[in-house]
Design a binder for this molecule. Structure first.
Ligand code: PEP
Ligand code: MG
Length: 593
């Protein structure tokens, strides 16, 4: 890359956001000029209304063009097929669909996909209430046209990314987890966004994909246009626009150093995860995509502690069938043998939006019909997933994990469905292996009831990303309150202590699979608390293992006791940082930003 002075941006303009995925990237920017957020409703500014309407109209035109093309190809087929296409074309002319959506963009200041989502839901309700069977069945045409329109609206980011010819740093208002998942890693070497927090799923995916990223920059999209030279440091959350030759050279050297240290850490992959005094803690991997499982193995994981199955649903155009899921789970189990694979049942909602699942339009989706609540309500999807997981258990060690449990009744409801599926499979002569059933502890209710819940399950896995969010009442994806999202808050430490105590007392395994588990600063605190398993982004394993192998469990408990006495998160952080840099000066250096 040549470093050229930009006309508008002062040399070495520094922006500071939230370091979401470590590493340094140096390239030109590629601005995604609109904020497509995976179908999620978003308020827009009055000045954005015209552009939003134009985007919606473009999606309508594109949908019509696609249908006409299909019609052309199908011209020699049965008349009924052509009739369906004509019906769909007519729906695309329908004033109720088009005008209502445009009106909502206008009057409610909604983004195009949010407005379209509302119009479609309204239309579906109208069709559902119609007595006439023939007309009621026309609802499926609305669904089909609605899906096409939505895909064309959301497809914009994908198309823009596909048009990339060389390597670039993507600059976007926001990226949905689905957009991030589909990035071509050979071209997108980093990204920065206006919104987001460290544990938003887009950030989690960036770490998984090993793409340096900075989020929560608030207005980077208004400061950068495409083709500007820029540097991002995902470790510190720093972005440098229009770097001077000196800064460019400095970051190139930093990048080389970072890459060299990463390679050095490879050596730890094969070593056992034991402390100096011989205490073993299983280090497992969190994976989002079935394809990542083989890669996780190469990082020295002892199994998968969290398989986020919702990404299978995001990747497909429609919910994957039992057979497709079975194949994915079975491959995971076989790749990981003899280690276990912890398969978490569908955890949609919040920032994980899957258009095909018709999630409700909720004012507060993070506290809405998400995760296990959604699965229990949508019985068929849940049954299909449970059957697929249970079939995979015949091929290796499987643990089923239910997300967002907030009461014993939910555990029992899940268990009943597992037993029902077991019976059905037995009647069909399909083998099922031994299964461990566990829950994610990520609501304050689950913490307070940990002793009771421990009697109902085989293991706990603490989802600190959500637990911190619900415990401290901080939206994990909101950059404005990111400063309050404190994993070492005394309330969080006490919650973790309580969960570990309950698990130990009941003799069940207790794991942690939130992002805290992969931060080396917290590793000894978590070992001191008594977690028997830490599950993390596989790339973080060598670092955590290196530290573990230099620690002593008795010392970690002493350290924990000291931290538990402190009244504020800031004091806990200060004492922990001082202690870690005193004990491991080669690893921890907090003197630089
Ligand atoms: C968590 O909440 O900590 C967790 C691991 O689940 P997710 O990040 O997918 O919500
Ligand atoms: Mg969670």
């Amino acid at each position: 890359m040549t470093v050229s002075a930009s006309a508008e941006i002062a040399q070495d303009t520094i922006l500071v956001g939230i370091g979401a995925s470590p590493g340094i990237a140096i390239a030109r920017s590629h601005l995604l000029n609109r904020a497509r957020v995976g179908g999620i409703e978003r308020r827009i500014l009055p000045t954005e209304v015209d552009a939003e309407i134009a985007t919606f109209r473009a999606a309508v035109d594109k949908s019509k063009a696609q249908l006409l093309e299909v019609k052309g190809q199908a011209a020699d087929q049965h008349a009924e097929h052509l009739y369906i296409i004509d019906t769909h074309l007519l729906i695309l002319e329908d004033q109720l669909l088009i005008n209502d959506t445009i009106e909502l963009i206008h009057s409610e200041l909604l983004n195009a996909e949010g407005a379209l989502g509302r119009t479609l839901r309204r239309l579906r309700q109208v069709f559902d209430s119609i007595g006439d069977e023939y007309l009621r069945e026309r609802r499926s045409d609305i669904d089909s046209v609605g899906d096409r329109l939505m895909r064309n609206l959301l497809g914009e980011i994908r198309e823009s990314l596909e048009s990339l010819t060389g390597q670039a740093i993507v600059v976007a208002h926001d990226l949905s987890p689905a957009d991030t998942m589909q990035m071509d890693r050979s071209k997108v070497i980093g990204f920065v966004t206006d919104v987001g927090g460290r544990t938003s799923h887009t950030a989690i995916l960036a770490r998984s994909l090993i793409i340096p990223a900075v989020v929560g920059l608030e207005n980077v999209t208004t400061q950068v246009s495409s083709g500007e030279p820029m540097i991002i440091d995902g470790t510190t959350g720093t972005v440098i626009l229009n770097p001077s030759p000196a800064t460019f050279r400095e970051y190139l050297a930093r990048k080389q150093r970072y890459d060299y240290l990463e390679k050095e850490l490879y050596a730890y992959r094969e070593l056992p995860a034991v402390t100096l005094d011989g205490h073993h803690v299983a280090l497992r991997g969190n994976v989002e995509l079935a394809d990542d499982i083989a890669a996780a193995r190469t990082q020295g994981v002892e199994g998968i502690g969290l398989f986020r199955t919702e990404f299978l649903f995001m990747a497909a155009g429609e919910p994957p069938s039992e057979e497709e899921q079975y194949r994915a789970y079975r491959a995971a189990v076989e790749t990981m043998a003899p280690h276990p694979v912890t398969i978490r049942t569908l955890d949609v909602g919040g920032d994980k939006f899957v258009p095909e699942l018709n999630l409700l339009d909720e004012a507060n989706p993070v506290m809405g019909l998400r995760a296990v609540r959604f699965s229990l309500k949508e019985g068929t999807l849940f049954r299909t997933q449970l059957r697929a997981i249970m079939r995979a258990s015949a091929h290796g060690k499987v643990r089923i994990m239910f997300p967002m449990i907030s009461g014993v009744a939910e555990i029992r409801a899940c268990r009943r469905l597992v037993e029902k599926a077991r019976q059905e499979l037995a009647e069909e002569g399909i083998p099922v292996g031994p299964l461990a059933l566990g829950i994610m502890v990520e609501t304050p209710a689950a913490v307070l009831l940990a002793d009771v819940m421990a009697r109902e399950v085989d293991f706990f896995s603490v989802g600190t990303n959500d637990l911190i969010q619900y415990c401290l009442a901080i939206d994990r994806g909101n950059e404005h309150v990111a400063y309050l999202y404190e994993p070492l808050h005394p309330a969080v430490l006490r919650a973790l202590q309580r969960v570990c105590y309950a698990a130990r007392h009941a003799g069940i395994e207790v794991s942690i699979c939130g992002e805290m588990a992969g931060e080396q600063l917290y590793a000894l605190v978590l070992i001191g608390l008594g977690f028997s398993e830490l599950s993390m982004n596989p790339a973080a394993i060598p670092r955590v293992k290196r530290l573990m192998r230099q620690a002593n469990v008795a010392e970690t408990r002493e350290l924990l006791d000291r931290l538990l006495q402190l009244p504020t998160a800031a004091e806990v952080v200060a004492v922990l940082e001082a202690e870690m840099s005193r004990r491991y000066p080669q690893i921890f250096d907090f003197s630089h930003p």
